[in-house]
Design a protein around this ligand. Structure first.
Ligand code: PRP
Ligand code: URA
Length: 205
């Protein structure tokens, strides 16, 4: 399994302010947007392109365009905060949704929604800001693969070693792109140092 922790001064800057407990939801959403742009660029670095001849105002030139359509699959609810920057970069992207919520006592995620576009032959990016136990990501990858997704990557803002280990065991061929690999989970399965509950901070709940 390939784990890429993005290295960019802006990513470090944004992450620090995301972690800051005094950061309010309006700024938190902006920071989420910014760091997702950086992750999106890194996670799509190897996308296939093909030749396309176009005419500039002066002459013809052989350019390159994206060869295959993209699909993003945000894991609700917190993954919704990462959709807009992907749409800005890739306006033709299709969006599937997987709704999962962790039980507060057990930290096991249960599914409450799933709607996926056709996945075969497309690069599928599963997006979720937090990779903690890895349970939500594993369930989503199970569903995405069962629906025909074969070229799949996972994009997370903050990851825990426990989640990375579970992904390595259950979906070893899925590359992970993240902005931070944190220390560990606490007894309640929250990431340390982490940033708290991403969905709550995104939506002020
Ligand atoms: C958070 C987060 C991930 C999940 C990660 O969602 O957005 O989906 O926890 O934890 P895991 O790796 O241990 O599964 P949560 O279940 O809190 O739901 P929400 O997005 O609706 O807030
Ligand atoms: N989900 C979150 O939002 N934060 C954590 O630290 C773990 C799971």
């Amino acid at each position: 399994m390939a784990l890429t922790v993005i290295q960019h001064p802006l990513a470090a800057h944004v992450l620090t302010h995301l972690r800051d407990k005094t950061t309010k939801p309006a700024l938190f959403r902006t920071l989420c947007h910014q760091i997702t742009l950086l992750l999106a660029l890194e996670a799509t670095r190897d996308l296939a392109t093909e030749e396309k001849e176009i005419a500039t105002p002066l002459e013809s030139v052989l350019g390159r365009v994206l060869a295959r359509p993209l699909v993003i699959v945000p894991i609700l609810r917190a993954g919704l905060g990462m959709v807009e920057p992907f749409l800005g970069l890739f306006p033709d992207v299709s969006v599937g949704y997987v709704g999962l919520e962790r039980d507060h006592a057990t930290a096991i995620a249960h599914s409450y929604y799933c709607k996926l576009p056709p996945l075969a032959g497309r690069r599928v990016l599963v997006i979720d800001p937090m990779l903690a136990t890895g349970g939500s990501a594993v369930q989503t990858l199970d569903v995405v693969k069962a629906a025909g997704g074969a070229d799949v990557v996972l994009v997370c803002i903050v990851s825990a070693p426990e989640g990375v280990a579970l992904l390595t065991q259950r979906h070893p061929e899925v590359p992970i792109f993240t902005a931070a690999l944190d220390r560990e989970l606490n007894a309640e399965k929250y990431i340390l140092p982490g940033l708290g509950d991403f969905g709550d901070r995104l939506y002020g709940t």
